[in-house]
Write a protein that binds this ligand. Structure first.
Ligand SMILES: [Cu+2]
Length: 484
């Protein structure tokens, strides 16, 4: 603004003066929230992800007592991989704190006596040295209390700031604190708490066993896991967040980092509103929002059609190969006007309409394609197809993704019934199934493949990764197709 003012002086007398004046008028006044009067005391409700405490509504500012316990504990990163997490309140991310502007928060941080290390907390919602870090530094078996007044509304990250800070954050020491404006945020039907984080293990991604933290990889920013809510699969399958058609959904999304920026996206939805960087600025009609490490965003949208909507970091290898994948399951009536599903399927002729298609002689075509290729050729063609079509979900070695995509490697479900497997590739699959003792309840999209391609890809799958070596023929595929 200073520059603008001096420019105005220079240009005084010219027409531009009017412009300058009106711009200066629009300067946003700094609100003094430090004098908001406090009435009474209450205990804060703290929640574990993906849940959030009740909205503040129109309650007056209060003294809010927050008691948070630090726990160092072993947990599961993904199937067969254990990790020692350092947590605020026993979960990654830590307990959600919900307060309002003007509240005086009396924060007690206790460090469980079984813990090995001292910790502290830096809340980005604090106006004060270190965001509270200096006043909250606490050794195992001790507790510390400090207080602060919430001066700015918004969604803020909190994290441990004990050296080496990066290591404490990388082990899961972060969470969100929401400071609601006077009168609260607009009402919505569903609210959830999601936080992304990147993890670094001594072993490679998915290497089994108890995996210690790897400082070298962390410094190189070479993450083994990029996940929502502390582990692979925290928001998939039975852990998916839910809503009903017609409801409004608000997601409080944070990024603990320590290193990576999140390109947060929900496949098949558009954010109606995004509180950019968790502040007051609202952007509308957003596809993907950028959430920096140590930052947050509030996104909301109405769900209009049923289905499974996939939450991802759209830096997409992180979603399909490192775990940054969640699910929002929306149930209710379909609305064909808003989303039709497949309306029609046909043959695409890149040559255009001028080249006439030969009338199809059904018998002739059948003879042509029922000529089976050699098994080796089928497996080779099938592999190519697998790597472009199935791989994204079922993964390179057919290992799948826990709680999201079932394995095809040594799959008892696959090996038990060839016709059923053909049917799945032809028509897609929804509903609960059990593969190798684990339940999946998700959606496999319908694949548009020719009969030959279905035969090839399944022959490849059956002849890989310890499966039963079935040779799926085109006539098998035809049989299943015609039985529908
Ligand atoms: Cu710590």
């Amino acid at each position: 603004m200073k520059f603008l003012k001096s420019a105005c002086v220079l240009l005084a007398g010219s027409l531009l003066l009017l412009n300058c004046k009106s711009e200066i008028k629009e300067e946003v006044a700094i609100k003094d929230t430090s004098t908001i009067y406090i009435k009474g005391t209450m205990d804060a409700e703290l929640t574990s992800p993906p849940f959030v405490p009740a909205p503040i509504g129109n309650r007056s500012a209060k003294k809010l007592l927050v008691n948070m316990e630090i726990l160092e504990k072993e947990g599961t990163m993904t199937d067969g991989v254990q990790y020692v997490y350092w947590t605020f309140g026993g979960t990654v991310p830590g307990s959600f704190i919900r307060t309002r502007v003007g509240d005086e928060i009396e924060f007690t941080l206790s460090n469980h006596p079984d813990n090995k290390l001292p910790h502290n907390i830096d809340l980005h919602a604090v106006t004060g040295p270190g965001g509270g870090a200096e006043s909250s530094f606490v050794a195992p078996g001790h507790e510390k209390t400090f207080s602060f007044k919430a001066l700015n509304p918004g969604l803020f990250v909190y994290h441990c700031a004990t050296a080496p800070v990066g290591m404490h954050i990388a082990n899961g020491m972060y969470g969100l604190i929401l400071v609601e404006p006077e009168g609260g945020l607009p009402k919505v039907d569903k609210e959830y708490y999601i936080m992304q984080g990147d993890f670094y293990t001594k072993g490679a991604t998915d290497e089994k066993g108890l995996q210690p933290f790897d400082m070298t990889k962390a410094i190189k920013e070479d993450a083994d896991y990029v996940v929502f809510n502390g582990k692979v699969g925290s928001l998939t399958g039975d852990n998916a967040i839910t809503a009903n058609v017609g409801e409004t959904v608000r997601l409080f999304v944070g990024n603990g980092g320590p290193n990576l920026t999140s390109s947060f996206h929900v496949i098949g939805e558009i954010f109606d509103n995004v509180h950019v960087e968790g502040g007051d600025l609202i952007n509308t009609n957003v596809q993907t929002t950028s959430i920096p490490a140590g930052g947050a965003a509030i996104v909301d949208f109405k769900v209009d059609v049923p289905g499974t909507f996939i939450l991802v970091d759209h830096a997409i290898f992180r979603a399909f190969n490192k775990g940054a994948l969640g699910m929002l399951k929306v149930s209710g009536e379909e609305n064909k006007k808003l989303y039709s599903g497949v309306k029609q399927e046909g043959i695409y002729h890149p040559e255009g309409g001028t080249i006439q298609t030969m009338p199809v002689d059904k018998n002739k075509k059948e003879v042509a394609v029922t000529t089976e290729k050699s098994l080796a050729k089928k497996i080779a063609d099938g592999k190519q197809l697998y790597m472009t079509t199935c791989f994204a979900c079922h993964q390179g070695e057919g290992q799948g993704i826990p709680n999201a995509f079932p394995p095809l490697a040594k799959s008892d479900y696959l090996n038990a019934d060839v016709k059923r497997a053909i049917g799945i590739v032809l028509h897609g699959k929804t509903g609960e199934i059990t593969v190798n003792g684990k339940k999946y309840n998700s959606v496999m999209t319908r694949q548009t493949l020719t009969e030959e391609e279905v035969a090839d890809v399944l022959t490849y799958v059956y002849n890989s990764w310890g499966n039963n070596k079935t040779n799926v023929t085109i006539s098998d595929v035809k049989e299943v197709k015609n039985s529908h």
